[in-house]
Design a protein around this ligand. Structure first.
Ligand SMILES: Cc1cc2nc3c(=O)[nH]c(=O)nc-3n(C[C@H](O)[C@H](O)[C@H](O)COP(=O)(O)O)c2cc1C
Length: 199
């Protein structure tokens, strides 16, 4: 790689980092096999503790199944929030009780990153893979969004059986991907809190 191409690839990575946003509206266009394959290839290039590569992927591109999973997940998630008493004034989860609300935001593709129980870092590995996948999606002009609210439902034994997820695997990171269906409002971040900088 020449110095210029290294510089260009840095620009590309930073562009993807700063342009990625959680997309919550999708066009009806279905992603093809090669696109999904490319996203998964990018995902598995993430760092992995002790080179265990604990990840495995399930792809759901079936709208009625996605709707059924969404309907199953919504009350579970609301219950989870109630249990954790996290429903504070700044986060309204009222929409989860609405029949029309689809937790997958109408996306046609859900990529579920699962982990084999190989060691203490499997969740970290899968989340790093998830970020790779989302940055790759962004670089390919696609939108994505983590759907943490579906994790409890996707880890139900019967659901895992239906999706072909072996019992020993856990669902870690469900991510919807697709062609954005409009503009997404940019989000901002607080200034990073640096606790110490010892020189
Ligand atoms: C672990 C995790 C779980 C998330 N779960 C959901 C979810 O269930 N539904 C959703 O619409 N967004 C979900 N998100 C997306 C966040 O809401 C989003 O990343 C955050 O608001 C910042 O916005 P940005 O991604 O556009 O920068 C999740 C993000 C993470 C990291």
């Amino acid at each position: 790689m020449t110095e210029r191409s290294v510089q260009n690839s840095y620009t590309g990575v930073l562009q993807a980092i700063y342009c990625r946003q959680s997309v919550r509206a999708y066009a009806p266009k279905q992603l093809d096999h090669a696109t999904i394959q490319a996203l998964i290839e990018a995902a598995v290039h993430a760092p992995t503790a002790m080179h265990e590569e604990p990840w495995a992927f399930v792809i759901v591109q079936n709208k009625p199944l996605l709707k059924r999973l969404s309907d199953l997940a919504k009350p579970l998630f609301v219950e989870e929030l109630r249990h954790r008493n996290e429903q504070d004034a700044s986060h309204s989860f009222d929409h989860f009780t609405k029949p029309d609300f689809n937790i997958f935001h109408g996306a046609n593709t859900l990529i579920i990153i699962c982990a084999r129980p190989l060691g203490p870092f499997v969740a970290a590995d899968c989340w790093l893979a998830a970020e790779n996948l989302m940055l790759a999606a962004c670089a390919m002009g696609l939108g994505s969004c983590v759907i943490g609210s579906s994790v409890a439902a996707l880890n139900i034994h019967e659901v895992k059986v239906e999706l072909g997820i072996p019992a020993e695997y856990s669902v870690i990171a469900p991510i919807v991907v697709g062609v954005p269906g409009g503009e997404t409002n940019p989000t901002s971040r607080k200034e990073p809190r640096i606790l110490a900088w010892k020189k």
